[in-house]
Design a binder for this molecule. Structure first.
Ligand SMILES: [Zn+2]
Length: 245
């Protein structure tokens, strides 16, 4: 068992969560947050993301039209809730579909992704947007840009340091700016009881497992307040937060 504090609530009180071998999950008794224990090391993560088939493949990007349609729908929802049609950032932007969709809505649109192939695709197809192949933490350190709306879909479950990740996002947001996050919901009523039958499990690529009650606790540590929760029929969390002024 780990002796480290819960990344969400800081509690040291946690217990093993029933997990099929070879992995082991730990659950915080304070807030219910669950994590892969031990967490992958930086070297293991680098190995995971060096596999080009994890990222942009020809078949994945063959569905460009479908992906653009889906992104445009979500962009409409987000654009209506942003404080201003200013600057937008997608953290984990993949092929850049959401970035382009927000640009179409009048935003100066930026995207970050660790995968060079994805960023290459995005730059080639959406040249009016801005793309960088770096993690959000060094991006936040190295820029004076501040954003009206930040979006990160199905990314936070992959990171090992949730506070470092959210601190960088909070720093990049303007006061009153919005942050929309999606991630699998391990507490969802439709999550398969057998973790191996749930696509949200996926260790060691996924290593942090949130529920709708503890996600706002993590965000509050960084001055982000829950504004809206979108219902999800699939086992997922979709939440909009606002940076307090
Ligand atoms: Zn906790």
């Amino acid at each position: 068992m780990t002796s480290s504090a819960c990344q969400v609530c800081g509690s040291l009180d946690h217990a093993p969560y029933p997990t099929p071998p070879p992995y082991q999950l730990t659950r915080c008794r304070g807030c219910g947050f669950i994590w892969l224990d031990p967490l992958p090391t930086d070297a293991q993560r680098a190995e995971l993301y060096s596999d080009p088939y994890q990222g942009a493949t020809t078949s994945y990007f063959a569905k460009v039209d479908k992906k653009m349609r889906r992104s445009r729908g979500r962009a409409g929802w987000l654009a209506r809730r942003a404080p201003a049609k200013g600057r937008f950032l997608d953290v984990g932007c993949s092929g850049g579909f959401m970035v382009e969709s927000m640009r179409e809505r009048g935003f100066e649109a930026h995207g970050l992704d660790l995968d060079e192939h994805s960023i290459g695709f995005a730059r080639e197809h959406f040249p009016a947007c801005h793309f960088n192949a770096i993690p959000v933490e060094p991006f936040a350190e190295g820029t004076d840009l501040r954003f009206d709306a930040i979006y990160s879909s199905e990314v936070i479950e992959h990171v090992t340091d949730a506070n470092g990740f959210i601190a960088a996002i909070a720093r990049l947001l303007k006061p009153g700016g919005t942050f929309f996050v999606t991630t699998p919901d391990i507490n969802h009523w439709r999550r398969p009881k057998d973790l191996l039958k749930w696509d949200g499990y996926s260790p060691p690529s996924h290593c942090l497992y949130f529920g709708p009650k503890n996600m706002p606790i993590l965000m509050a540590r960084h001055g982000l307040k829950l504004k809206h929760r979108r219902p999800s029929f699939k086992p997922g969390i979709k939440m909009l937060f606002v940076k307090e002024a």
